[in-house]
Design a protein around this ligand. Structure first.
Ligand SMILES: [Zn+2]
Length: 174
């Protein structure tokens, strides 16, 4: 079954998702639906709340390897990196934002093993962006007040125009 991607204004996007206690068949099927929705969008990553499910799960694929992470948390972060960040739940908007360049992420995989992943640049940004989704945080909250004002105006322009026009410079990010 297909899921629609929830967009800005949907309260599920500003709610803290629940920890996953049990990795059962239902969770596995959910992650398959998440990957489907992500590839269809298309995007590089997707968090469960983006399809309306309040669970601490995100999926991603930046190099041809679909990966699922459960109950993730960032345990270390370093440096600064600027990236033109976008969000499948705020379609059409891209804003240059500064965030830590490297992170160490700890999570549980689908086999129930706790794993740690060192990430740099794009992958580190993806981890931070998806983790924010699990905590009910959208990009707007990571912007400076000036960026936020401008971004909200721009997003309203895009929405009023009937949605984003495909822009080949941008891959739909998350
Ligand atoms: Zn997003």
């Amino acid at each position: 079954m297909g899921y629609d991607i929830r967009t800005y204004g949907d309260p599920v996007l500003t709610t803290v998702a629940e920890q996953v206690e049990n990795i059962d068949g239902k969770v596995v099927r959910l992650t398959q639906s998440m990957l489907q929705a992500m590839y269809k969008a298309p995007g590089l990553g997707l968090a469960a709340p983006q399809i309306g499910v309040q669970k601490q799960i995100f999926v991603y694929d930046i190099d041809g390897t679909p990966t699922t992470l459960i109950n993730p948390k960032i345990v270390e972060e370093r440096g600064e990196w600027v990236f033109d960040e976008g969000c499948l739940s705020i379609p059409g908007l891209f804003v240059e934002m500064v965030r830590p360049k490297e992170v160490l992420l700890e999570a549980v995989d689908l086999n129930g093993n706790t794993i740690q992943i060192e990430a740099d640049e794009l992958l580190a940004r993806l981890f931070q962006h998806e983790l924010d989704h699990l905590n009910g945080v959208l990009m707007f909250e990571r912007m400076t007040p000036e960026q936020r004002d401008e971004a909200l105006r721009e997003y309203k322009r895009i929405a009023d125009a009937g949605g984003p026009v495909g822009d080949p410079r941008h891959i739909g990010l998350k």
